[in-house]
Design a protein around this ligand. Structure first.
Ligand SMILES: Nc1nc2c(ncn2[C@@H]2O[C@H](COP(=O)(O)OP(=O)(O)OP(=O)(O)O)[C@@H](O)[C@H]2O)c(=O)[nH]1
Ligand SMILES: [Mg+2]
Length: 221
């Protein structure tokens, strides 16, 4: 398992680095998703199930960012997908320069869809463009339906919201309609996918969206 120690990028403009990375991804025909959520909301579990379900049709790789450890990258590699673990030197987000370094170390050859599993929190990752083509966030049922009120930026910035752990709905006071109302008020264009990576419910809609978005990015000039 490859583990890379990264440090904060020293370039002047993160936005410029992000645009440059997107141009490189276009050239290499790799669709990159920046996956963000709180710690423990189910990012690695969602990715694992997605790789198991569609990994034969879409060549998937995962850049795992954490402050320490390498357990997530090991989980992904155990499924036969390419993965690399990067450490962020204590930082609570990834920037575009760090993402580029990690991706190039991992290798982009023969990959259609790459995920950056960002550091687990709803605050800092929302503020940085990593160079990803799309941003996806996860909110898990146990976290509660009030999160759009408290962390509006990430909901505003994301192209899609995966509502995870819906199998746990019976045990929580989670109002899906209220959540959707709050999210659409912040971001009318966002796509919402309620899923359970445990039972598989809702996974197909999410995976169809991934396949369509990947195809569009790879094929469009
Ligand atoms: N019931 C249920 N539990 C889930 C589901 N998805 C994930 N979990 C559990 O939630 C816990 C955290 O899942 P992870 O996938 O490790 O979460 P993560 O977001 O990758 O966590 P960090 O990388 O530490 O931020 C684990 O115990 C999972 O088994 C789900 O759909 N349903
Ligand atoms: Mg994880």
């Amino acid at each position: 398992m490859k583990v890379i120690e990264l440090h904060k990028s020293v370039t002047e403009s993160n936005d410029r680095d992000a645009d440059a990375l997107r141009a490189l991804l276009k050239e290499k025909k790799v669709f990159l998703i920046n996956l963000m959520s709180s710690a423990g909301s189910g990012k690695t579990t969602l990715l694992s199930r997605t790789i198991q379900d569609i990994g034969k049709d879409v060549r998937i790789a995962v850049l795992e960012a954490d402050i320490d450890a390498q357990v997530d990258a090991e989980r992904i590699e155990a499924l036969g997908a390419r993965s690399i673990q990067v450490h962020t030197d204590g930082m609570c987000h990834m920037d575009a320069g760090m993402t580029r370094t990690g991706l190039l170390e991992m290798g982009l050859e023969d990959i259609d869809l790459a995920f950056l599993e960002n550091i687990g929190n709803l605050i800092c990752p929302a503020e940085y463009d990593t160079g990803a083509v799309k941003k996806v966030m996860i909110l898990s049922v146990p976290e509660g339906d009030d999160k759009p009120l408290k962390y509006p930026l990430m909901f505003q910035e994301s192209d899609a919201l995966v509502v995870s752990k819906i199998d746990a709905m019976p045990w929580f006071d989670f109002d899906m309609n209220k959540l959707k109302e709050r999210v659409y008020r912040l971001n009318p264009a966002i796509r919402i996918f309620p899923v359970s990576a445990k039972t598989g419910e809702g996974m197909q809609d999410w995976e169809n969206w991934l396949k369509e978005e990947t195809k569009t990015w790879i094929e469009e000039e």
